[in-house]
Ligand binder design. Structure first.
Ligand code: DCP
Ligand code: CA
Ligand code: CA
Length: 390
């Protein structure tokens, strides 16, 4: 879906064409980055390291000291240790501070990273992993373009990673990738920066141009030569001047980045393994009909996700979060993958019937998940399915 970059008016059509019955919501883009990732993983594994300088190293050479620092925890950074520094130098800086030097274990970090990405993928509309410890995400649809709800989503993301892996991360929310990335950088460690569309200009203006994604030392000094030091100054520069100096493509990018209007969409990078939606019920209830009624938008959303990705599913799960905040689930798995939306609804309602009879408490929140996803090519037709099921 096209989305507007200038969000002063909520439902403005950017093309000035006839309304097509589509709401143009303010775009909500996020960036998440885990804090001092490798070193934090080591701390979680060995809590006695907390409070001490921790340095994770790559040892490419024969001797221990020939390697470089992969990353360091913040305690070690206080002494000037950073990624890429020779180990010898790091050790010198940490002398007398009881440092722990650990060999990098890439496989271990990768397994954790994969688990986190899979969880994140369930919580956002689109997830685009961009490195072992970071990803862009889009939550325009699920928040309805509301930046207050976007903040809650960012909080949930942090809570889920903390609960699942004991790891802290930083999150930035804004109307473009550049703004979101700046936000997560500035929130480090463990924070959230939400830059609403209205606040974007004043957020960007005072920053050094070097803070912009894609602006390295070479570009920074070229900009300085043109008398441009801040993002605000860059935003006011004429496009022709920038294009003359940096070429058309990069010139256009620089101006867009400086105004928080870089249009690059968040592109899904993972094959989804499941789709789910959870809602908070209007009131606590034990009535399965009431629950499934309130989940009908969520189930429609799941169906749209299935249809647009060409996936069918084998399993439907009803998720109930009870008034004591415990979670109860009940699933049904079909022999063959199916994709009919009515099957999601009927199965969910069957499962909530059973759940409500067995749990003995009221539901506060409820959700539906479809999993066991398969590509369209492995799909059994509905008639085949009905034939087998009856
Ligand atoms: N990394 C590396 N060598 C580098 C930079 C990074 O091996 N020159 C690895 C170790 C990091 C991980 O990649 O833990 C993620 O890199 P980040 O740049 O996100 O840095 P950190 O997560 O370590 O710290 P921060 O809290 O600043 O994000
Ligand atoms: Ca990081
Ligand atoms: Ca990173």
């Amino acid at each position: 879906m096209d989305e507007i970059q200038d969000h002063t008016s909520r439902f403005q059509n950017p093309l000035n064409s006839e309304p097509r019955g589509i709401q143009f919501l303010p775009r909500v883009v996020g960036h998440i980055d885990l804090d001092y990732f490798y070193a934090q993983v080591e701390e979680v594994e060995n809590p006695s390291l907390k409070g001490r300088p921790v340095v994770v190293c790559v040892f490419p050479g024969r001797t221990e000291d020939s390697g470089v620092v992969s990353t360091a925890n913040y305690k070690a950074r206080e002494h000037g240790v950073h990624s890429g520094m020779p180990i010898v130098q790091a050790k010198k800086r940490l002398e007398g501070h009881d440092p722990e030097v650990i060999r990098m274990d890439h496989r271990k970090y990768e397994v954790i990273s994969n688990r986190i990405m899979e969880q994140l993928e369930q919580m956002v509309d689109v997830l685009e992993p961009t490195g072992i410890d970071e990803a862009f995400f889009d939550i325009t649809e699920s928040t309805g373009g509301d930046y207050g709800r976007a903040r809650s989503s960012a909080e949930s993301v942090q809570a889920v990673i903390m609960k699942g892996e004991n790891l802290s991360c930083s999150v930035g929310i804004g109307r473009s990738k550049v703004v979101a990335k700046l936000g997560s950088d500035m929130a480090k460690p463990g924070g959230i920066t939400v830059v609403s569309p209205e606040a974007t200009e004043s957020f960007l203006a005072p920053l050094d141009t070097s803070k912009l994604y894609g602006v390295g030392p070479k570009t920074t000094s070229a900009l300085e030569d043109m008398g441009i030091r801040t993002v605000g100054e860059l935003a006011k520069t004429s496009p022709t001047e920038l294009e003359r100096r940096f070429g058309r493509k990069f010139g256009v990018y620089l101006l867009a980045a400086a105004t928080g209007t870089d249009p690059d969409p968040v592109v899904a990078g993972l094959e989804p393994t499941q789709f789910s939606r959870i809602v908070t019920l209007r009131r606590d209830t034990n009535d399965p009909k009431e629950v499934t009624d309130q989940l009908s938008d969520g189930m429609r959303y799941i169906h749209v996700k299935l249809a647009s990705s060409g996936k069918s599913f084998k399993t439907v799960t009803a998720i109930g979060i009870l008034t004591d905040l415990s979670t109860k689930t009940k699933s049904k798995t079909f022999e063959n993958a199916v994709s009919n939306p009515a099957l999601i609804r009927d199965t969910a309602s069957e499962l909530f019937d059973e759940l409500s009879r067995t749990v003995g408490k009221e539901f506060r929140r409820a959700g539906v998940r479809v999993s066991g996803l398969q590509g369209a090519e492995d799909q059994t037709s509905l008639s085949e399915f009905l034939h087998q099921a009856r």
